[in-house]
Design a protein around this ligand. Structure first.
Ligand code: FMN
Length: 317
């Protein structure tokens, strides 16, 4: 079953993406990159970091956002020239206040003619496959994902990912997989479903019931890259291997080691806090350990705190 990792800005850097690939993720996407920002300052460190492709990333799309079709098409052309990415993804789903109201991200769903022009121009500008990630619409009075999907198909877009919420919903409520199924039905190109997949069973059920080509998982992979292993095992008819506490600690160590090898210590310590919180979620006593980890300034302090917690859990077991 085709299970992909969704872009989550501030979360799915190349280190986390590689950990997901190691567990069976089939494709990932960079965090969203401003087309204008890239064209104006292609060598800016923050942009370059977003564009890293790890050696274990077997299929990686680069995601662009912007409001002007020519700017986005030009940025796509330059991204293609780097020879680093397998496809170009256009962001038509971001709901953020700094993005959508100004006509970028999900704001493009309010101006389908511009969205269509962006898709056409980008497809014409590059040889790589161009894909689109969208929501169901701006709000429930304007559910136009099927219209945009048809426009995408006509424009030569290769695949579509649909997050089953509107912009107005942001991340509240539940993803509407019936609407996703409607989009999948109205076009011939592959449609991938996205929203609220927290475990392997749900992934398989959503795919089966909605008729999508595959699923795209975002928050469900935070602290749980094993979700891809679980999906793989269930797809092959195998019993999923439970994730043990020991495995979680190993994963934290490995994640930490890779992040420290890449980023300055203070940044790695800060960034790792949220990941540790997610990895430990559900373990008894995790809240207190999380608070301690959040106060620690050095990796050694964090390791010590985790070692204590690990020992306590072992004794309990
Ligand atoms: C913290 C965060 C950052 C996100 N960043 C991006 C992004 O850069 N590009 C994008 O297309 N979607 C982004 N999304 C949306 C996710 O890719 C996904 O569509 C959404 O979280 C629903 O899927 P899920 O329920 O599996 O998390 C982001 C979501 C979150 C929570």
């Amino acid at each position: 079953m085709n299970a992909r990792l969704a872009p989550l800005c501030g979360v799915t850097d190349y280190v986390l993406r590689e950990l997901c690939f190691e567990q069976g993720c089939e494709q990932a996407c960079t965090e969203m990159i401003s087309a204008m920002g890239y064209l104006c300052a292609p060598n800016q460190r923050a942009v370059q970091e977003l564009m890293i492709r790890g050696p274990k990333e077997t299929r990686l799309a680069v995601q662009l956002f912007g409001r002007d079709p020519d700017t986005v098409a030009e940025a796509a052309k330059r991204m293609e020239a780097l020879g680093r990415f397998d496809s170009i993804d256009l962001n038509m789903g971001c709901p953020a206040h700094k993005i959508a109201p100004s006509g970028e991200g999900c704001g493009l769903m309010r101006v389908p003619e511009i969205a269509e022009a962006m898709m056409r121009k980008t497809v014409q500008a590059v040889r790589l496959p161009v894909t689109v990630k969208m929501r169901l619409g701006w709000d429930h009075e304007h559910l136009n994902a099927t219209d945009l999907a048809k426009r995408a198909q006509d424009a030569g877009i290769s695949e579509i990912t649909v997050h089953g919420r509107t912009r107005e919903q942001q991340y509240s409520g539940e993803a509407d997989w019936e609407e996703i199924a409607r989009v999948a039905e109205c076009v011939e190109i592959p449609v991938f479903g996205n929203g609220d997949i927290w475990d392997g069973e749900t992934a398989l059920r959503r795919k089966r019931e909605s008729g999508v080509a595959g699923v795209v998982i975002g928050r469900g992979a935070m602290g749980n890259p094993w979700i891809f292993r679980e999906i793989g095992q269930l797809s092959r008819g195998e019993c999923p291997t439970p994730v043990t506490a020991e495995e979680r600690f190993h994963m934290i160590e490995e994640h930490y080691r890779r992040l420290l090898a890449w980023k300055p210590e203070a940044i790695a310590v800060r960034e790792m806090r949220k990941h540790i919180g997610w990895y430990l979620k559900g373990l008894r006593g995790a809240a207190q350990i999380r608070a301690e980890v959040n106060r620690a300034e050095r990796p050694e302090e964090v390791r010590e705190t985790l070692a204590r917690f690990r020992e306590a859990l072992r004794e309990e077991a």
